[in-house]
Design a protein around this ligand. Structure first.
Ligand code: ATP
Ligand code: SF4
Ligand code: MG
Length: 334
């Protein structure tokens, strides 16, 4: 495929620890690291999936990519331009090109504003349009997302869930954005409506050549929608690669647990995995407290190993001549 339009390297995001328990004066205790050295890239017209348990940092990643949160450090390039998150013009450039559609259309649509005015919010302020031009643009955007024109004078509470999500999409697309971050865009919808929205997204991607970062906990949706995926575990990408490869042969023990359907759903429809201990490790491999493959090397933090069709952050895949490799090979064969 073509070149990357968005390159993310070493993205780290942390929040101030508000808990009173963290009265410690140590700098590292005052911060909660939510994303840790995230790297991936997106090509034009592809759908890149992010899958991870609740609290793994998916929405934080989405919000950081449009400058809502400032990363501690990172190298983000949009169309080859290095983004400086401290500069307003760079944030505006991100927002001009990257849009977000959230899971809950109800929360993101003002109930007292007409659909037409909500969609207009997505027109960049620099574009000074006359009223007839604005209306024309709104009708085009509504047509793109297959929202009947008759709904443009309605208010959000008068719309169905699927229609609301179409309004969110139209508002994002009207400004000509090239990358959409879709944060669980269909999980609040009925299954039949979900399928309609997913098929609409596929058609829009092909027609407009836009790219998606698709966040979901639904593995069937991931398989249906995504060319490549990244698996997030407590803020770290532990494996990424082609969707087919990861579903056929997950390398990382956590990805294998996930895909092996060792999963239960909570009341909010988020999944959790039946971990042996559950707690991520602060030292060495982050998954070592739950990992059935753990071996001596896991006491230190694994780097990310490239395996051709993807990459994996696990010592088991360091059997290419490294001193830790032979032990990993043995552990893998057990
Ligand atoms: N503004 C914030 N300040 C402090 N902590 C935050 C903030 N936003 C998120 N967090 C914390 O960061 C972690 C990741 O949250 P995030 O919302 O990104 O997870 P998620 O993967 O989107 O989860 P879900 O699947 O439930 O939507 C959580 O522990 C959350 O409490
Ligand atoms: S590095 Fe070790 S503990 Fe971590 S996932 Fe791999 S085998 Fe398991
Ligand atoms: Mg979220």
């Amino acid at each position: 495929m073509n070149e990357s339009i968005l390159e993310v390297e070493d993205l780290t995001v942390q929040f101030k620890n508000k808990s009173k328990l963290f009265g410690s004066s140590r700098e590292e205790d005052r911060w909660k690291r939510v994303l840790n050295s995230i790297s991936f890239n997106i090509k034009q017209g592809e759908t890149f999936g992010i899958v991870g348990e609740t609290g793994s940092g998916k929405t934080t990643l989405a919000k950081t990519l449009v400058g809502i949160y400032k990363p501690k450090n990172c190298k983000v390039k949009l169309y080859g331009k290095l983004i400086d998150f401290r500069k307003r013009e760079d944030i505006l450039l991100l927002r001009k090109n990257i849009g977000i559609v959230f899971q809950d259309p109800v929360g993101s649509l003002n109930p007292r504003v007409t659909v037409s005015d909500i969609i207009s919010e997505g027109i960049p302020v620099q574009e000074k349009l006359t009223e007839p031009q604005r209306q024309k643009r709104v009708k085009e955007a509504a047509g793109l997302v297959e929202l009947p024109e008759s709904k443009l004078d309605s208010y959000p509470p008068e719309l169905s869930g699927g229609e609301k999500q179409r309004v969110s999409l139209a508002r994002t697309l009207i400004g000509g954005k090239k990358i959409l971050v879709l944060d669980e865009p269909t999980s609040s919808l009925d299954v039949s409506i979900q399928a309609q929205i997913l098929n609409l997204l596929i058609r829009l991607r092909k027609e407009l050549s836009i790219s998606y970062i698709f966040i979901t906990h639904d593995l069937n949706v991931i398989k249906y929608m995504c060319n490549r995926i990244a698996v997030l575990y407590y803020g770290q990408i532990i494996e990424q690669g082609s969707t087919y490869e990861i579903f056929e042969r997950p390398r990382h023990p956590y990805a294998a647990d996930l895909i092996g359907a060792n999963i239960s759903f909570t009341s909010t429809n988020q999944f959790t995995i039946a971990h042996e201990s559950g707690e991520p490790s602060k030292e060495g491999c982050i998954y070592k407290n739950s990992c059935s493959k753990r071996f001596s090397a896991c006491e230190s933090t694994p780097p990310t190993f490239d395996y051709g069709k993807g990459s994996v952050k696990c010592w088991l895949y360091d059997y290419m001549g490294n001193s830790k490799g032979e032990a990993g090979k043995e552990a893998l064969e057990q």
